[in-house]
Design a protein around this ligand. Structure first.
Ligand SMILES: [Zn+2]
Length: 309
């Protein structure tokens, strides 16, 4: 048995497969990404805590003698065990390596792949069908997010994707859907573009805000950031149904029908939901880069086809 193997046994350290599972769960809990392991990092301590490691187990180190350089390198046994578990997960394509993730996010981090995401869900007893509503990052989805962010903005942008097959659901279309959703809600910093509502679930795994299509999916609207907008559920519904639209100046325009509603309609307690929209004389909250602002070709289509004047 190797020196390292002997130490792991003597100190009764957890088995590598157990560490792999704990790592997948930790990745899931941390939005799908964790930084490279360094000492005193939250994640290293968190996983050690999950195993209830004692001080001796956390502090034990290995000494490797480099004869050529005539020096001894010390490394923490727990870090090596974590690294080996992550390395083995990368070989099984459950996570992407920091060098691979770097090209997507500019950060050296381990990221879940779709395969690893599925396994993390199973280990956390969460149905895989819930994936669509979670904001957990995965390598494959993040690749789409990057692509969407880098799509050049065209003046003569066509918001329709005629090849969109509305009925056929493939693995590619579900990834694309999640990529669109992630890219849009990230662009709007998880806030509703109209009211600024920003809230996540108590377990922090999902956000209330939704990625709305401006030219909707059913009209073959493209899954591009500039054909989308982050909206809370109430504003998403009101936008899709035509209660309000956007002007080219990005100001909100409310349907004249709002004026003829019964007095007790469109109210949340004393808050007048529709009236407050028409009082909205300022612009909606926009992303930080104007290349991904809602496109005028999309919003003018919405004004003409969805909005009830
Ligand atoms: Zn809202």
């Amino acid at each position: 048995m190797s020196y390292e193997g002997k130490m792991l046994g003597q100190l009764k350290m957890p088995a590598r497969t157990e560490v792999e599972e704990a790592l997948l769960i930790a990745l899931f809990r941390h939005n799908g990404v964790i930084k490279e392991f360094g000492s005193d990092e939250e994640i290293v301590i968190e996983i050690a805590d999950s195993f209830g490691l004692n001080q001796e187990q956390r502090a034990a180190y290995l000494e490797t003698v480099y004869r050529k350089e005539n020096r001894v390198k010390k490394s923490l046994l727990w870090h090596r065990l974590l690294f080996r578990a992550a390395d083995s997960l990368a070989k099984e394509r459950m996570v992407s390596r920091p060098t691979q993730t770097l090209s997507l996010t500019n950060n050296r981090e381990w990221m879940l792949t779709e395969h690893g995401f599925d396994k993390a869900l199973r280990l956390s007893n969460i149905p895989v069908a819930k994936k669509d509503s979670l904001s957990t990052k995965s390598f494959e989805v993040q690749r789409i997010v990057k692509e969407l962010n880098e799509t050049p903005r065209l003046a003569n942008y066509n918001p329709f994707d005629r090849s969109k097959k509305t009925s056929k659901i493939t693995k590619e279309t579900t990834l694309r859907k999640r990529g669109f959703r992630q890219a849009v809600i990230e662009a709007y910093n998880y806030k509703c573009a109209v009211c600024g509502m920003k809230i996540y679930a108590p377990d922090t795994l999902s956000w209330e805000v939704e990625a709305a299509h401006i030219v909707p999916h059913r009209a073959m609207g493209k899954d591009d950031i500039c054909n989308g907008m982050a909206l809370c559920r109430l504003h998403h519904w009101a936008f899709d149904i035509g209660w309000f639209t956007l002007l080219d100046s990005y100001k909100v325009e409310v349907s004249s029908q709002a004026g003829s509603l019964p007095a007790d309609f469109g109210k949340i307690g004393e808050y007048k939901f529709l009236k407050s929209l028409s009082a909205h004389s300022s612009k909606i909250f926009l992303p930080s880069r104007n290349e991904i602002y809602p496109h005028h070709n999309s919003i003018s289509w919405h004004r003409q086809n969805i909005f009830h004047q």
